[in-house]
Write a protein that binds this ligand. Structure first.
Ligand SMILES: C[S@@+](CC[C@H](N)C(=O)[O-])C[C@H]1O[C@@H](n2cnc3c(N)ncnc32)[C@H](O)[C@@H]1O
Length: 305
């Protein structure tokens, strides 16, 4: 599959770990051509939307998130209509009344099942109105983020939602295990894994996306899956932190440094701190030396096969 150059949908969510800022660095790392696209940890989907694939399977463990993609795919006009109404009613209220609405909706949201249309509707609403737009659940799986202090939040971007719906029309959407999400990947397909990162140090804080967290054993299971797909002839790309544990378990593969502060600067004193790596099992389309500096790309820490 060649990359599709028609008008692209943009991510419609703010999402922790979103890759929007890294796309400029990523584009040269994708395989030159591929058939179907798979993204088992879709989150806000920055890479998926940037690739704009003709055929895809996307997945996330967060059931409401996956279900929201499904509702956008199947009933975008219904969602736009209800979101616009919600936006209009919310924005004309004063601060106190907005709080009342927000907390009443949060309570209702937590009583709904994942498949409910209204659950997705409120999920989209909270993404634009909750504190920092973060999504966090308590140990019982209830969404518990307080209201943010946005004056005039843009709750619905209808044109973009329609573009999102269009690209999703060719995507299979699931909320299962990352292993099941790539079961059908064949030689010539492309899989991008963006799992929760392994902490850079044992003390660095861990951000949980839902009540299920991602353990060291999960990282190993994912590495084993990476090897299995590699053997099948699937192109595989994976993002993670540059923690020694991650470098060690992927030591047989190309590890490309990524500048987390999103700056590529030729002056070393202005160079961003490398806290992330991209691991691939193929020759990317890039000319590495032109994108990353030679001293880094040849340092023992980042050996290419
Ligand atoms: C780093 S985020 C992905 C960010 C995404 N690339 C973006 O640009 O927004 C990781 C995602 O993995 C999901 N996740 C966590 N554990 C998972 C699991 N075991 N299986 C599938 N998805 C999982 C989280 O819900 C979260 O959305």
């Amino acid at each position: 599959m060649k990359l599709n150059n028609t008008k692209k949908a943009k991510p419609f969510l703010k999402w922790v770990g979103g890759k929007g800022q890294l796309l400029a660095q990523f584009e040269s790392l994708f395989p030159k051509e591929f058939n179907s696209y798979f993204e088992p940890f879709i989150g806000g989907g920055a890479v998926f939307f940037s690739i704009n694939p003709k055929k895809a399977h996307i997945n996330d463990i967060n059931k409401t998130l996956a279900q929201t993609y499904i509702h956008i795919k199947n009933d975008v006009e219904g969602l736009i209509k209800s979101l616009k109404k919600l936006e209009e009613d919310f924005l004309k209220k004063d601060e106190i009344a907005r709080k009342e609405v927000y907390y009443a909706l949060r309570e209702r949201y937590n009583s709904l099942s994942h498949e409910d249309f209204d659950k997705s509707l409120y999920f989209l609403f909270f993404n634009k109105t909750a504190f920092n737009g973060v999504y966090r659940e308590n140990s019982k799986g209830g969404f518990n983020v307080p209201i943010g202090s946005y004056k005039n939040p843009k709750i619905v971007d209808e044109e973009n939602l329609r573009s999102v719906s269009k690209i999703l029309s060719n995507a299979k959407i699931t909320s299962g295990s990352f292993v099941d999400a790539v079961k059908n990947a064949k030689a010539g397909d492309f899989v991008y894994f963006d799992p929760p990162y392994h902490p850079l140090s044992e003390t660095s804080s861990f951000t949980s996306y839902s009540k299920d967290s991602f353990s060291k054993d999960d990282q190993i299971k994912l590495r084993d899956l990476f090897i299995e797909l590699d053997k099948k002839g699937v192109y595989v790309m994976l993002s993670n932190s540059s923690a020694p544990f991650i470098q060690e378990i992927y030591s047989g593969y190309k590890q490309i440094p990524v500048y987390a502060n999103r700056m590529i600067n030729s002056k070393s004193d202005k160079r961003g701190k490398i806290s992330e790596v991209v691991i691939v099992n193929y020759q990317p389309r890039l000319n590495l030396e032109s994108v990353f500096e030679k001293d880094l790309s040849t340092s023992p820490q980042y050996q290419y096969r």
